[in-house]
Design a protein around this ligand. Structure first.
Ligand code: SAH
Ligand code: SF4
Length: 343
């Protein structure tokens, strides 16, 4: 078994080089090459031929190969279907904003959480991604478009807190100043609410933005659409969110997919307002993306407006998330679903 070298911290590279009888300072040189996006040891021009040979015998460099690419004709959003060495697929979306490029990447192949509105949830779970496979998604997008990505959101396929160790490793590697140097403040992590992991993350005090997929104001509605709620109910989730704010001083954003006739009534809005009272929070309302086989439709515009007004009465700001790339099904999970339908 060769080692996944792009998932290694600098000190781990130093240890490995020690074992190979090489000087430690090579670790930083190799780390820099890997995080610049080199795909072969032979391109590491300041490293001896002998060491390059040793590295390629003992290690491999993860790549994300472009299987398919869709470009939105509305706003230039690009959606990628990537494949990894073992033939698994994930999706990622590259968006252009005024402040730069944001990439939405996947953290798992599929997802175990089974949310009823989600295309990824419907397709089941295959495996966790390694830290290097998360980095490789960003690198391929940068190379393919000749750009630098400034912001990352972990909102693609998978539940990041269900792949905790690899995600933490990714966060530390991608924010390393010798690597891609994308600061924690430019990274958001979205979770369906795995409560013990939110506490663990809070105690690490990373300056990352936490996004919580709430999608319902109470347990009755939430347990119907999000099975995770049967394990960790709303009350314990909101407590964990309060703890996160306290530990990190960061504002939380709550995601709320508006589903016609399910969670979009005025009483749902009022109940949500009560739940979130006193939290430094922002609510993103997202018209639910219709996924085949779910039977869900997006809420009407007047429902969204009414929600915003009612939440404002509880002192909570809510905005309707601008949907980018709507012509290319830019929300994740749908393209991979199509690939497996074809297969
Ligand atoms: N597993 C994590 C992150 C990936 S999902 C999570 O659930 O938060 C990214 C976001 O897309 C989540 O907020 C999720 O609830 C939302 N989402 C999934 N399917 C959707 C759909 N059909 N319409 C709108 N949002 C959806
Ligand atoms: Fe998994 Fe998130 Fe989809 Fe739920 S919404 S099934 S947690 S990817």
């Amino acid at each position: 078994m060769r080692t996944d070298i792009k998932s290694m911290y600098i000190y781990e590279l130093e240890e490995m080089l020690g074992e190979l009888g090489e000087p430690k300072y090579r670790a930083l040189q190799i780390f820099k090459w890997l995080h610049k996006g080199l795909n072969s040891f032979d391109e590491m021009t300041n490293i001896s031929q002998k060491l390059r040979q040793k590295l390629s015998e003992n290690c491999y460099i993860s790549k994300a190969a472009i299987e398919k690419k869709l470009i939105s004709s509305y706003d230039d959003t690009r959606k990628y279907l990537f494949s990894f060495a073992d033939g698994e697929y994930v999706e990622s979306v590259l968006m252009k904003y005024r402040h730069g490029y944001t990439s939405c990447i996947s953290t798992q192949v599929g997802c175990k959480m089974g949310c009823t509105f989600c295309a990824t949830g419907k397709s089941g779970f295959s495996r966790n991604l390694t830290a290097s496979e998360m980095i490789a998604q960003l690198q391929t997008e940068q190379t393919d478009n000749n750009i630098r990505i400034s912001n990352v959101v972990l909102m693609g396929m998978g539940e990041p807190l269900d792949n905790f160790n690899n995600v933490i490793r990714f966060l530390k590697l991608v924010s390393d100043e010798n690597g891609m140097n994308i600061g924690m403040r430019h990274i958001s992590l979205s979770t369906c609410g795995i409560v013990p992991k939110i506490y663990e993350l809070a105690d690490m005090k990373l300056q990352l933005t936490l996004s919580v997929s709430l999608h319902a104001p109470n347990d009755e509605i939430r347990s119907r659409t999000m099975p995770i709620n049967r394990r960790y109910d709303i009350k314990s989730l909101i407590e964990a969110c309060r703890y996160y704010c306290k530990q990190t001083g960061r504002r939380i954003s709550f995601e709320y997919a508006m589903i016609d006739g399910v969670n979009d009534s005025d009483s749902s809005a009022a109940e949500l307002g009560e739940r979130l009272r006193g939290i430094i929070a922002h609510v993103n309302l997202i018209p639910v993306n219709a996924v085949k086989g779910t039977g869900y439709r997006k809420s009407k515009k007047d429902r969204m407006e009414s929600f915003i007004r009612i939440l404002a009465k509880s002192g909570i700001t809510a905005t309707v998330r601008r949907t980018l790339g709507s012509d290319i099904n830019a929300s994740c999970g749908q393209l991979r679903g199509k690939m497996s339908e074809q297969a």
